[in-house]
Every structure is written in structure tokens, then in C-alpha cells.
Design a protein around this ligand. Structure first.
Ligand code: RB5
Length: 147
């Protein structure tokens, strides 16, 4: 599975830790930065990762900012993106099982690096359940398409 990732200045340590961890697990990572601690505008990074997922270049993505919320708001403006901001295990697992989310947004000022790695593992290891949840996810897509 190819994975896209990015962060702003609120999430650099977490992003780098996720990159290293998932590389060690054998995943191919496309890292959209940032690569050094400097202040940036999170929507720019969110757009890069979201576009990478929406075009099919990568299958799943991670975005880390201070809270995870700004990244999720920005990424969800891109057609085909279902980005979920999660800070605990249950939500990170169920947003895959039930929402077929394709981007997990994390808050570098909300959770520690250890938790971030566990949520990242859950997000890549959990498959969409389908069934009745497909209908509901399709309804989200219909809203996106103004149907
Ligand atoms: C940047 O200071 C901060 O606003 C950003 O990282 C994020 O938390 C936005 O949602």
C-alpha cells in the first residue's frame, strides 16, 4: 500500500515518527513535508496529500497539525476525500470500518508520538466493512456531487 503524509509545524515530530515506523513495516511513503521546524499554512499541505489520494497515486494518507482539525477541514474540501481527525483508538479503527476514511488526521499537540503510531497502525491495518456502511458512504459522495 502506498501512503501519503504531511504535516505543519504542529506535527513534525509525529509525522517523522509515522514515516519511519511505516517504512520499517514495508510501506511505500510519499512525504509531502514539512521537513524542518518552520511555520507553514496547513491547508497547503492538506491539499497536496488530499490530491495524492484523490488521484489514486496513494491509497491512504496521514495529516498532522496541532489538533488534526484544520487539516481535516481542508482535506475534506477535496472531492473523494474522507478525512477523520481522531485522537483515540476506537475512532481510528471505526472510521476505517464504517466510514472508509482515506486520510487520518492527528493532533501533534493532542496525542503523544506513541499513540500516534498505534493509531497509524490501526488505520492502515483495518479494512472497510462494506455492507450497510457502503450505502451510507455513497450518500456522503452524493452530497459531494450535489445529487
Ligand atoms: C497552527 O498553529 C495550528 O493552528 C495548526 O497546527 C492546527 O492545529 C490547525 O487546526
Amino acid at each position: 500500500m502506498k501512503i501519503a503524509i504531511g504535516c505543519d509545524h504542529g506535527g513534525l515530530e509525529h509525522k517523522n515518527a509515522i514515516v519511519e515506523h511505516l517504512k520499517e513495516r514495508g510501506f511505500e511513503i510519499i512525504d509531502f513535508g514539512i521537513y524542518e521546524q518552520k511555520s507553514v499554512d496547513y491547508p497547503e499541505i492538506a491539499l497536496k496529500v488530499a490530491t495524492c489520494i484523490a488521484t489514486g497515486e496513494a491509497e491512504r494518507g496521514f495529516l498532522v497539525c496541532g489538533t488534526g482539525i484544520g487539516m481535516s477541514l481542508a482535506a475534506n474540501k477535496v472531492k473523494g476525500i474522507r478525512a477523520a481527525a481522531c485522537s483515540e483508538h476506537f475512532s481510528a479503527k471505526y472510521t476505517r470500518l464504517h466510514n472508509n476514511s482515506n486520510i487520518l488526521c492527528l493532533g501533534g499537540r493532542v496525542i503523544g508520538v506513541g499513540t500516534a503510531l498505534e493509531l497509524a497502525d490501526l488505520f492502515v491495518d483495518t479494512e472497510f466493512e462494506g455492507g450497510r456502511h457502503s450505502r451510507r458512504v455513497d450518500m456522503i459522495t452524493d452530497i459531494e456531487n450535489n445529487k
